[in-house]
Design a protein around this ligand. Structure first.
Ligand code: SF4
Length: 383
């Protein structure tokens, strides 16, 4: 199994909390699409495995027209080996999903929509500087369902100082009132050098409160369970096993190709990341286009060969975030006895404090401590 991730580096508006790569200047959109098509062709030999997931992420991929998305998909179809069980996801913002555009998307190969709702309250959306309002959030979900999208995911953000338990509870009630198949919920975090970080430091905006976020996370676990959603990863919930193939492939360490500015790729050992600058990405792609001998390393991308300890630490971190857990046998086979012994030794006090449980050779983090997964995992790292 392998995947392709396409990064569309444009947004209408800069959300205050965001530290992804994007530009609000859309003047290079056409050139970037052409460069993405070229990168897909030039890198086709890097991935011979069957592709099971294609993910249009960003930025805001729903800023592309259906024709533009179709053009990228056709290029993938012509150059890669596609599985019959292909999941093709599009991240979309509510204000881009009109009835007309949803109808066009439903006739395209895209079979999964991930809608960035974040909240159904205007005060939260204003605090986050989102480009949509509550009305648009609701109407695009309703339209997508009416038009026939069956595999529908919603993104929400909890822990915003503009929210509280009552509003969060209403957000969940509204969300589970729709027949969606998947939900991703992220705690609002303040990343350095974001607008939110700047406003909080200047005292112009209140900061998120970790205790409130933890209580909202607990409510999320309770309500998602009542609605028969499986909590399969710290931030992800699925109904009827409609797990995101794209996210699951990341957590399982499978190969993927990241195309477009700032996109990351992984071939099992080497992680590589494209330059996070639209103009420099175009310059490097143009140089590659006209010169077969051009070496794109250092211009288009940088890379890092992961050591055994890097790969072990990544496995510990990602596996403990999921309901499938950390497989002791996997550690023994892939990393050896020394890593296994290190893990068993460091897990002892976590087991006695119920921060970990052991079942059929797998460690998992009990539901009540899932919110602290990353901290628990990091104590098991090979340093
Ligand atoms: S729409 Fe997404 S990528 Fe764009 S600024 Fe907002 S959070 Fe970031």
């Amino acid at each position: 199994m392998a995947g392709i991730y396409i990064h569309i580096p444009f947004c209408k508006k800069a959300c205050h909390y965001c530290n992804f790569h994007f530009s609000t200047n859309l003047s290079l959109k056409q050139e970037i699409i052409n460069a993405i098509l070229l990168e897909l062709k030039l890198r086709k030999d890097e991935l011979s495995e069957s592709i099971e997931t294609i993910y249009f992420g960003g930025g805001t991929p729903s800023l592309l027209s259906t024709e533009e998305l179709q053009k990228i998909f056709s290029c993938i179809e012509q150059n890669y080996n596609l599985s019959n069980e292909l999941e093709i996801s599009l991240e979309a913002n509510p204000d881009d999903l009109t009835t007309e555009s949803l109808k066009q998307l439903s006739d395209s190969p895209i079979n999964r929509l991930s809608i960035g709702v974040q909240s159904f309250f205007n005060e939260d959306l204003i605090y986050m500087n989102r480009s949509h309002d509550e009305k648009q959030a609701k109407s695009c979900i309703e339209d997508a369902l009416t038009i026939g999208f069956e595999n529908l995911s919603i993104d929400l953000i909890y822990g915003s100082p503009s929210s509280d338990m009552d509003k969060w509870s209403k957000n969940l009630e509204t969300t589970f009132g729709y027949p969606i198949t998947h939900l991703s919920c992220y705690a609002l975090t303040v990343e350095s050098n974001t607008a939110l970080d700047h406003f909080i430091k200047k005292g112009q905006m209140p900061a998120p409160n970790e205790q409130a976020a933890s209580q909202q996370f607990e409510l999320l676990l309770k309500i998602s369970k009542e609605n028969n959603f499986e909590h399969y990863e710290v931030s992800n919930f699925a109904k009827d096993q409609k797990y995101s193939k794209h996210n699951t492939s990341y957590w399982r360490g499978t190969k993927y190709l990241g195309i477009g500015p700032a996109a990351h790729s992984f071939d099992g050992t080497i992680r590589r990341w494209n330059i996070s600058n639209n103009a420099k990405y175009l310059k490097a792609m143009n140089a590659w286009k006209i010169n077969d001998h051009f070496n794109p390393e250092g211009h288009l991308y940088d890379l890092e060969k992961l050591s055994s300890s890097d790969r072990y630490n990544e496995y510990v971190m990602t596996s403990l975030r999921t309901m499938w857990g950390l497989d002791l046998n996997h550690v023994k086979i892939n990393f050896g006895e020394a890593y296994l012994n290190h893990l068993l030794e460091n897990a002892k006090d976590k087991l006695s404090n119920e921060l970990l449980t052991l079942n059929e050779g797998k460690y998992t983090i009990p539901v009540k401590n899932k919110f602290f997964s990353d901290g628990i995992a990091s104590d098991l790292f090979w340093v």
